[in-house]
Design a protein around this ligand. Structure first.
Ligand SMILES: [Cu+2]
Length: 141
């Protein structure tokens, strides 16, 4: 008799578990859809560079980060504007991707090896001011 009761309980438990799983799946889908709409983060920070070729290299590096939706580097201001999905990436990942392509950002020094492989016109001055007309960065001098 006990065995019968146990198996009934077990079947009931299985039933409950599968019901819960189904409910959870529905909730997850809804959450993902909601967060996609509100997770976009806009960020701008300084990146050193010289010219239009630098611009395409820097933007390509930023866009290669999964979750980055748009990247626009300003050659005059030495500054990049990035929009990204902060559930997929974060600011440091974007800094690192740009640095790996050879360019200095405000937070990460550019890869020396990648810098050496840049075209001569793109080998920017490492002392160059960046993020001009952005937030005050005068504390570095
Ligand atoms: Cu260049």
């Amino acid at each position: 008799m006990k065995k019968v009761i146990l198996s009934v309980v077990a079947i009931a438990a299985l039933g409950l578990t599968s019901c819960k799983n189904e409910t959870k799946k529905v909730e997850d889908t809804t959450k993902t859809e909601v967060s996609k709409e509100i997770a976009m983060t806009d960020l701008s920070f300084g990146v050193r560079g010289n010219c239009g070729m630098c611009k395409s290299t820097i933007e390509k590096a930023a866009n290669s980060v999964e979750g980055v939706v748009s990247a626009n580097w300003d050659v005059d201001k030495k500054k990049i504007d990035v929009s990204f999905d902060d559930t997929k990436t974060d600011a440091m990942a974007i800094h690192k991707a740009i640095a790996a392509s050879g360019y200095d950002t405000e937070k990460v020094i550019g890869s020396e090896e990648a810098y050496k492989d840049l075209p001569g016109c793109c080998q920017y001055d490492h002392e160059m001011m960046m993020n001009q007309s952005g937030e005050m960065k005068s504390d570095t001098h």
